[in-house]
Design a protein around this ligand. Structure first.
Ligand SMILES: CC(C)(COP(=O)(O)OP(=O)(O)OC[C@H]1O[C@@H](n2cnc3c(N)ncnc32)[C@H](O)[C@@H]1OP(=O)(O)O)[C@@H](O)C(=O)NCCC(=O)NCCS
Length: 143
């Protein structure tokens, strides 16, 4: 299994990402090629995929950005195809993101995970993430 930092948007990749994200969220809409390009071309986001024989089995998005206290990293949208789980692909994706965040000079990597996501919570603790006590808020912006 290869972990790739995607550099080139394509309709096929947008389709693969849409397929994976639908396993993460029922409400996610399809990712267009221009949406994918926005992710890939941003200096603050890195899209990792896990691939074998040109089949995409998993993905993760790493954000790295500068705030007042230093460079900060955040993991989002980690998902492994349900037929390929339990084989270490998720661990490989997170390890690649940690390596890249270190290279970027990030002091921390944050993420959130709902308690019902048992495999994900297990994975993060296994890889050295520590559970923090903080309140997570969301404001629904009406467009
Ligand atoms: C979380 C996810 C990415 C992990 O991918 P994966 O390729 O299966 O991960 P790995 O094989 O590297 O490791 C999975 C670990 O979780 C464990 N696990 C699997 N199901 C579990 C469960 N129901 N409860 C607790 N641990 C579980 C596995 O045993 C393994 O741990 P181990 O190595 O100590 O045995 C994958 O389960 C997934 O895509 N889930 C749906 C989307 C999701 O929840 N994403 C996280 C959003 S925060």
């Amino acid at each position: 299994m290869k972990i790739i930092e995607e550099k080139n948007p394509s309709p096929a990749l947008a389709h693969d990402i849409t397929r994976l994200v639908s396993q993460l969220s029922d409400s996610a809409s399809a990712l267009t090629e221009s949406g994918l390009a926005e992710i890939i071309n941003s200096p603050h986001t890195v899209l990792f995929t896990a691939q074998e024989n040109n089949i995409v089995y998993g993905m993760l998005i790493l954000l790295v950005y500068r705030i007042a206290v230093g460079r900060h990293a955040y993991i989002e949208n980690i998902v492994v195809d349900q037929l390929a789980r339990g084989k270490g692909i998720g661990s490989q994706l997170v390890s690649a993101a940690i390596k890249r965040a270190r290279k970027e000079g990030a002091r921390h990597i944050d993420l959130t995970s709902a308690p019902h996501r048992e495999a994900a919570n297990h994975l993060y603790l296994k890889l050295g993430f520590e559970k923090r006590t903080t309140n997570v808020y969301r404001y629904q912006v009406k467009q």
